[in-house]
Design a protein around this ligand. Structure first.
Ligand code: SAM
Length: 285
């Protein structure tokens, strides 16, 4: 069935294949940006689909899980998240979630590829609805160059919503990058980064990523896991790292009584997503 012309299929490095049935409209847009191949599809059950270099990035149907988990656990783990930076995140869904927090006073987004944002504005306008928030700034450059020039101590929360650690995204998993992140964060600073699949990337990506974060100066790392159908294996994660001290649920009371709508995140999900299966507890310590 997956060879039928009206299917999008992604073959991943985990030896798995993911497919979405396409409508008659099928592929709605395709371009080679200066950095990656960008495509948009219309699917029968998941709405619109954005891919970069053939990898699923965003679907209308399940992006809320990913964007809420990339924003809310880290923001409620910080005592006073005012100054936020997103590196990557070009589809703008994470930015929208960040700006739901009234404590946030500034949110700058640094994506290497402006075309991702412009195409997202066309096909995922609901993800871009906060782009004109007066607190938001959109900038387009390499995240590692931006972080290396960032004012030390100038950020409270840094969100790395990058592509996989290949291609332009690879540098965003390096010790040099994490050192730049550590330097740019203030005293209670927290970094969160999407950390791939616990099922097939634990040993080769997640564990080395946590170790590299600690080598770069971070004092603690915490994995939050969640299901995400449209990513390889359907089991995904993000990692929160603390500049100093421990990663803690600092504003649990506020998370218990959310002042804005969510569809996935709540205080129970915050805590539950950090409860790790035995193999991950043993691997990550
Ligand atoms: N949700 C996706 C996922 O988990 O794979 C990622 C969302 S977003 C589309 C990923 C973004 O990272 C892309 O827009 C891409 O342009 C951006 N990106 C990749 N490498 C980058 C770099 N070195 N600096 C800044 N942005 C980068």
């Amino acid at each position: 069935m997956t060879t039928q012309p009206n299917w999008f299929t992604e073959l991943s490095d985990s030896g798995t294949i993911f497919g979405l049935e396409l409508t008659e409209a099928g592929k709605l847009h395709e371009e080679q940006t200066p950095f990656q191949k960008l495509a948009i599809y219309d699917t029968t059950t998941f709405g619109k689909l954005m891919t970069l270099d053939g990898c699923t990035m965003v679907t209308t149907r399940d992006n809320f899980v990913y964007h809420e988990m990339m924003a809310h656990p880290v923001l409620f783990s910080h005592p006073a998240p005012k100054r936020v930076c997103i590196i990557g995140g070009g589809d703008c869904g994470t930015l929208r979630e960040v700006l739901r927090h009234p404590e946030v006073e500034s949110a700058i987004q640094i994506d290497i590829d402006e075309r991702v944002t412009r195409v997202s504005e066309m096909f995922f306008p609901e993800l871009c609805e906060s782009n004109n928030d007066p607190r938001a700034t959109l900038a387009f450059e390499d995240g590692i160059a931006w972080i290396n020039n960032a004012e030390p101590g100038s950020l409270d929360v840094l969100i790395v919503d990058s592509t996989d650690p290949v291609g332009p995204g690879a540098v965003l998993y390096s010790e040099e990058f994490f050192r730049g992140c550590w330097r740019a964060l203030g005293e209670n600073g927290l970094l969160v980064q999407q950390s791939e699949s616990p099922l097939v990337h634990a040993e080769k990506i997640i564990k080395p990523m946590h170790d590299t974060m600690r080598q770069a100066g971070f004092s603690d790392t915490k994995l939050h896991q969640f299901q995400l159908v449209s990513y390889p294996t359907g089991w995904w994660s993000c990692t929160i790292a603390a500049k100093a001290g421990k990663v803690e649920f600092a504003r649990q009371a506020a998370a218990e009584v959310l002042t804005f709508p969510t569809r996935y995140y709540n205080a129970g999900i915050h805590q539950g997503s950090a409860a790790l299966p035995q193999f991950l507890k043993e691997l990550l310590g």
